[in-house]
Design a protein around this ligand. Structure first.
Ligand code: ADP
Ligand code: MG
Length: 318
């Protein structure tokens, strides 16, 4: 199968909203009047972001999910994406499920594949997504005010749990591992929540590298600090039955990474509107603390005393 046959067979589909899709030198997008384009890229490299043994269908899903998660964090509605793919071989048995996983998630979000690039090389998947947001309404990292509530959507820490089992550093009962593995391999981008939080959240970020690490980007951009309640953070993992110590549970929840949940801030006066947004998006959120005028992050116990354990986040160059 040649490069063009491969594109034709697995990635070329009739255009829906874009003015021009796959097949010419450029795709053409037509944002609606008054809208800004939100653009983000994420690359997945074999051995770094996924294991060679991963199910290609799940990989297709995840490659787009991590990109949609960035649109969600900006409150942008998905429009289109491009796919740059380096493949070791033109293996239809791999491409078929990969493209199915990818395009099923794309269809679920009305996000169309409009172009890309295909080359032979070590497996590498780079997606660029385009979304739209009314001018001036994007959720930024820089809008948090001291005294805002801090929330996180869904559950965090489970992908890290699965990674540790894969690495052999932890053993888990099979059903716990299955649950954790699903969170690692098939994250759910919180697009509806991001849209519902426009005009409600003061700042937002998606959790890719670890809750505290990603939150720290918001804190820095907003010139505030944070107090995180350990009791709330302890309840953030989906794998409630995992045999973990409280310290491990806290570490995975606060610094695990690969979660693709949203962390956002909103003033206490907006609690009712946050509740409304959450109900509308049909996703659970947990209030885990508040921003502070003093810089830095403190994780505190039920008595408000700082825990002296240090939390980092997953840093690719660390
Ligand atoms: P060019 O040589 O102009 O860069 P290519 O020959 O690389 O164009 O690609 C031909 C067409 O197929 C282009 O419209 C490009 O956007 C599209 N394309 C290439 N690879 C992919 C892919 N993996 N998924 C979707 N579209 C692709
Ligand atoms: Mg090209």
């Amino acid at each position: 199968m040649g490069e063009f046959d491969l594109i034709e067979r697995f990635f070329k589909r009739p255009v829906q909203r874009a003015a021009l899709g796959v097949g010419d030198d450029c795709a053409l997008l037509q944002p609606a009047p008054g809208m800004q384009l939100a653009v983000s890229s994420d690359m997945l490299v074999e051995g770094r972001h996924f294991l060679s043994t991963v199910d290609p269908r799940a990989l297709g899903h995840k490659a787009l999910a991590v990109n949609l998660s960035d649109l969600a964090a900006c409150g942008a509605k998905p429009l289109a994406f491009t796919l740059a793919l380096a493949l070791p071989a033109d293996d239809a048995a791999w491409l078929e499920p990969f493209s199915q996983g990818l395009l099923a998630l794309a269809d679920a979000h009305g996000c169309e594949l409009v172009g890309g690039d295909t080359t032979r090389g070590p497996l590498n998947i780079c997606i660029t997504v385009f979304g739209e947001v009314p001018r001036g309404q994007a959720l930024l990292r820089s809008g948090a005010q001291a005294g805002d509530d801090i929330y996180v959507s869904g559950t965090v820490g489970d992908a890290r749990l699965a990674l540790e089992v894969f690495r052999g550093s932890l053993a888990m009962p099979q059903e716990v591992f299955t649950q954790a593995r699903a969170r690692m391999e098939q994250p759910t981008p919180r697009v509806a929540l991001g849209l519902a939080l426009r005009g409600v959240a003061t700042a937002a970020v998606d959790v890719s590298d670890g809750l505290l690490g990603d939150l720290s980007h918001v804190l820095k951009a907003s010139s505030v600090g944070a107090r995180i309640e350990a009791a709330a953070a302890l309840g953030l993992m989906a794998c409630v039955d995992a045999p973990l110590s409280p310290a491990q549970r806290l570490d995975f929840a606060l610094a695990g990474g690969d979660d693709y949940e949203l962390v956002f801030t909103a003033p206490p006066s907006a609690r009712g509107r946050v509740k409304g947004a959450v109900a509308h998006a049909q996703v659970q959120v947990t209030r885990i603390g508040s921003t502070t005028a003093a810089p830095g992050v403190q994780v505190v116990d039920a008595q408000g005393q700082p825990l002296d354990q240090r939390f980092g986040s997953f840093d690719h160059f660390g």
